[in-house]
Design a protein. Sequence first.
Length: 317
Amino acid sequence: MKVLVTGGAGFIGSHLCEKLLNEGHKVTAYDNLLLGRREFLSQCERSENFQFLQEDLLNLDILVSVMKGHDLVFHMAANSDISQGAKQTDVDLKNGTFATYNVLEAMRLNQVKNLVFASSSAIYGEADVMPTPENYGPLMPISLYGASKLACEALCTAFAHNFNINIWMYRFANIVGSHSTHGVIYDFVDKLKKDSKSLHVLGDGSQRKSYLHVSDCVDGMLYGYKNLKNECEVLNLASRGVTNVKFIAEEVVRQMAARSGNKAELHYGEGQRGWRGDVPYTHLEGAKFEKLGWSAKMTSDEAVVLAVQEIISEKMG
């Protein structure tokens, strides 16, 4: 099978490309490298079944040309730095909503019938049902990133209905692991790399969310694609349990101290939010996926502990 992965040089996309190649598929990674990194694809580029294209999804003509001949699209590209939307209000509109429309339109023009779309738990906003199931509503995201993902889901369902495209939409928990380019663990390690004596935490540390290791994320996406055959399906993709920011900060400090011998002092801010648009508590219900026969290998805490180890190793050498 010939597979196109948008955002293929990014955090999740690079892991996905490697997994698809290991399964014997031909893979095209499509990325503008604004957030993605070519070095994340070093293993992939050893394969004759792999191709990398540095292009922007906003250029529809090029995307239509590249899309030709592919059997399946994994649309992973987006502005995944959620806080950026408050500083640049059109970044999610362009790199999320407009880019997703172009992917769907390129598929329509090329008669490509299968799409896996990376959505987000951010579409739920501040849900008052925990754990939150897929049929929760009304959906009222509080970040521009979440608003864009919700708009993208609407475009997906409309294209699925009108043009007979099969679409698998996954609402991700917070994904963690190697190849990260931002996020709470990455930021903590980066801060301690600059100042090993103290770590300042945005918010009071009580924020708690579902964390899913990137290896489980990729496995879950592929399992759902292979085992669900509805025209358009939406599933939460998460691990068991939630992890608070205090646990993450203490784990980063502990592992960094084990390497350097310097144990940083923790300093917390005020309030539950790390920034405007940050949802202080998310907990996704995974029952729908479990009934299908899949669950994450790692709990939320276990995913965090492994991700801290991986990110420290990458950033500290």
